[in-house]
Design a protein around this ligand. Structure first.
Ligand code: TYD
Length: 217
C-alpha cells in the first residue's frame, strides 16, 4: 500500500507522517517512511542540487531532476517494499510535480503527466492526504517555529522556498485542482486543525479505505 502526503512547505506533513507511522506500527504493520526528493544515494545528491541556492535551474531541468530522483526511489526502494507487503508512507510524490512544476512554474500539464508516468513506472498512491494551508499562513508558521523575522529573502529558505508568494499561490491552486479532479484519492484536510485532529481524520479515511478494499475482495 502506498500512502502519500502533499501540501505546500510548512503545512505540517512531517508531523503527520511520524504520527501515522507510529499508529500503523502499533497495529503490527511493517511501515517504511520516505520523503522526496531523495531516499537513495543518487537521489540524495539530486536533492542537494535541487534545493541549493547557488545556481539557477531552468524549469524543464528542474522537472527532469525531480523525475530522476523519483525514478530512482520508485524502482530501487518503493516497488520492492510494496512487494514485501510493507506500507509505504511517502512525503511528496508525483502530485508535487503537478502542483509545483505544472501550476507553479507553468509547464504543460500533458508534458508533466508523461514525465510522471515514466518516473513512477505507473505506480499510483492508494490514498493521498493533502494538508491545505494558504502560503501566507504557512510562511508565518515556518518563521514563528524558528523564532525568525518574516522575510522572503531569508537565508533560511531553500531554492524552491525562495520562489515567492505568487508562486506558492499557484502551487496551492494546483493542489486544489487535483482535489477537485480526484476527490476519491486526493483527500483535503485543513492544515490549521490541531495535529491530533488531523491525525484522527487520516485514520478515519484509512479505515474507510480498508473497509472498501475488504468489501471489494
Ligand atoms: P523539502 O525540504 O523536502 O520540503 P518539504 O519539507 O516542504 O516537503 O523540499 C522539497 C521541495 O521540493 C519543496 O519545496 C517542494 C519541491 N518539490 C517540487 O517542486 N517538485 C516535486 O516533484 C517534489 C517532490 C518536490
Amino acid at each position: 500500500m502506498l500512502i502519500t502526503f502533499e501540501g505546500i512547505d510548512g503545512a505540517g506533513k512531517s508531523t503527520q507522517v511520524v504520527k501515522l507511522k507510529r499508529y500503523l506500527q502499533e497495529l503490527g504493520r511493517e511501515v517504511l517512511t520516505l520523503r522526496e526528493p531523495g531516499g537513495t544515494e543518487v537521489a540524495e545528491q539530486i536533492r542537494e542540487l535541487l534545493l541549493q541556492t547557488k545556481h539557477d535551474i531552468a524549469p524543464v531541468t528542474e522537472l527532469l531532476l525531480f523525475a530522476a530522483s523519483r525514478a530512482e526511489l520508485v524502482q530501487k526502494v518503493i516497488i520492492p517494499a510494496i512487494e514485501q507487503g510493507e506500507v509505504v508512507i511517502l512525503d511528496r510524490f508525483s502530485d508535487s510535480t503537478t502542483a509545483y512544476q505544472g501550476y507553479g512554474r507553468g509547464l504543460s500539464l500533458e508534458l508533466l503527466a508523461e514525465v510522471n508516468r515514466i518516473a513512477t513506472f505507473g505506480l499510483r498512491p492508494d490514498v493521498t492526504f493533502y494538508l491545505d494551508i494558504t502560503p501566507e499562513d504557512a510562511l508565518i508558521r515556518k518563521f514563528s517555529e524558528k523564532s525568525l523575522p518574516l522575510a522572503f529573502d531569508s537565508e533560511e529558505l531553500d531554492r524552491m522556498e525562495s520562489s515567492g508568494l505568487e508562486f506558492y499561490r499557484r502551487v496551492r491552486e494546483g493542489y486544489l485542482a487535483l482535489h477537485t479532479a480526484e476527490r476519491e484519492r486526493f483527500e483535503l484536510i485543513d492544515a490549521q486543525l490541531s495535529p491530533s485532529e488531523i491525525h484522527q481524520r487520516i485514520i478515519t479515511r484509512l479505515e474507510q479505505f480498508e473497509t472498501a478494499r475488504l468489501t471489494c475482495n
